[in-house]
Design a protein around this ligand. Structure first.
Ligand code: NAG
Length: 214
């Protein structure tokens, strides 16, 4: 009985803490979706479809504007989630934000996942299609467009050919990692990639936490 009372109190304490933090999440953000959209558009204007150069431009610029929160090492790893396969490199990962370049050179299609963060997907190369159950026309996001998927929304999405994007998520990041890992256990069994992803993500999150960046 006492254990139950204690558990009840603990759950209540954690939920009210989460609730309180949730209304103050914005204070922890260091990136801004409009800033990232503008930066992506100037990178495309400068380098067009030379996506290698576009990515360098973005990372170099962010390293100047956010020197304490940007990982300048490119460490590409494959990611399988919701049936989609792509590769990503992590520019920033913390408890409340992540910023990655994600894409595929040959196309992919699947489930977006239902996430605990708002997700801003800015297309650097190619085109992304998406749609929600109950609609009848695709949403089309060409090069330079920013696709916002709000927290809790779910879509089917497709990149029919080569497509790369700057993906920025803000909200609660740790629960999203489970989705990012699920296909490893049910499909790919690529535990080496899982391990590398965990090491890089963990390192970035802890480095940021050490700088008091939630
Ligand atoms: C990139 O290539 C596509 C397809 O060939 C083309 O439609 C688009 O205009 C190109 N973008 C730039 C910025 O050159």
């Amino acid at each position: 009985m006492r254990t139950l009372t204690f558990l009840g109190a603990l759950v209540a304490a954690i939920s009210s803490l989460m609730y309180m933090l949730d209304s103050h999440l914005e204070k922890f953000y260091v990136f801004d979706p409009t800033e990232l959209h503008t930066l992506s558009k100037s990178a495309i204007a400068a380098h067009g479809n030379d996506t290698r150069a576009v990515v360098d431009y973005i990372v170099e610029h962010l390293a100047k504007t956010h020197p304490n929160h940007v990982n300048v090492e490119e460490e590409w790893v494959f990611n399988n989630a919701g049936g989609c396969m792509g590769a990503m490199t992590i520019i920033h990962a913390s408890i409340t934000e992540y910023l990655i370049v994600f894409g595929t050179a040959i196309g992919t299609e699947g489930h977006s996942g239902r996430h605990t963060a708002d997700d801003y997907f800015t297309i650097l190369k190619g085109e992304q299609l998406a749609w929600k159950a109950g609609t009848f026309e695709p949403e089309i996001y060409p090069q330079g467009a920013q696709h916002l998927m709000k927290r809790g929304e779910v879509k089917q999405y497709a990149m029919k050919e080569a497509c790369f994007a700057l993906e920025y998520a803000r909200g609660w990041i740790p629960p999203m990692l489970f989705f990012g890992y699920a296909d490893t256990f049910t499909s790919t069994l690529d535990f080496y990639t899982l391990w590398r992803t965990t090491v890089i993500t963990g390192r970035e999150m802890l480095t940021n936490l050490a700088k008091m960046k939630l």
